[in-house]
Design a protein around this ligand. Structure first.
Ligand code: FES
Ligand code: FES
Length: 158
């Protein structure tokens, strides 16, 4: 068995210091070791976006990153997006616009949207569609998802 690597990192505002296997992916690590199962593992090959998390504010596919690569970084999963008991406006907007059906893609969609809103306060529809272009949805359709993200962005501006 490969020797574990000691790393320090932050997930959802909490600091961790632990040893990780060098060949475990970030999505498996956060789901199986940290118990944060909101991040979904679909394809495991960087194709579907269901595993999307934020790493230092940028959206990344957690299935394409090895756990040791988060050393010194700050990761946000869907569990860390809400402010204590208060939903994030993106979460509220997804509910209000019926932008989630089975919900498998939803955590990744919302985190890709959050990465966009981190850099673009008033995105247009094209920018939203580009931001979620790596996130596949098989049921709700992209129209409602796009509307939900645009509405959340507008809400944040108020
Ligand atoms: Fe990571 Fe599909 S599980 S992109
Ligand atoms: Fe089911 Fe998107 S809501 S895959």
């Amino acid at each position: 068995m490969a020797r574990e690597i000691p790393i320090k990192f932050v997930v959802n505002g909490r600091e961790y210091e632990m040893a990780v296997s060098p060949n475990v992916t970030l999505v498996d690590f956060i789901r199986n070791e940290l118990g944060l199962t909101g991040s979904k593992k679909g394809c495991g090959q960087g194709e579907c976006g269901s595993c999307t998390v934020l790493m230092d504010g940028e959206a990344v596919n957690a299935c394409l990153i090895l756990a040791p690569q988060i050393h010194g970084k700050s990761v946000t999963t869907i569990e860390g997006l809400a402010n204590r008991d208060e939903e994030h406006p993106l979460q509220t907007s997804f509910v209000e616009h019926s932008a989630s059906q089975c919900g498998f893609c939803t955590p990744g969609m919302i985190l890709s949207a959050k990465a966009l809103l981190n850099t673009t306060t008033e995105p247009n529809e094209l920018e939203v569609r580009r931001a979620i272009s790596g996130n596949l949805c098989r049921c709700s359709g992209y129209k409602k998802i796009t509307e939900a993200i645009l509405a959340a962005a507008a809400q944040e501006q108020r």
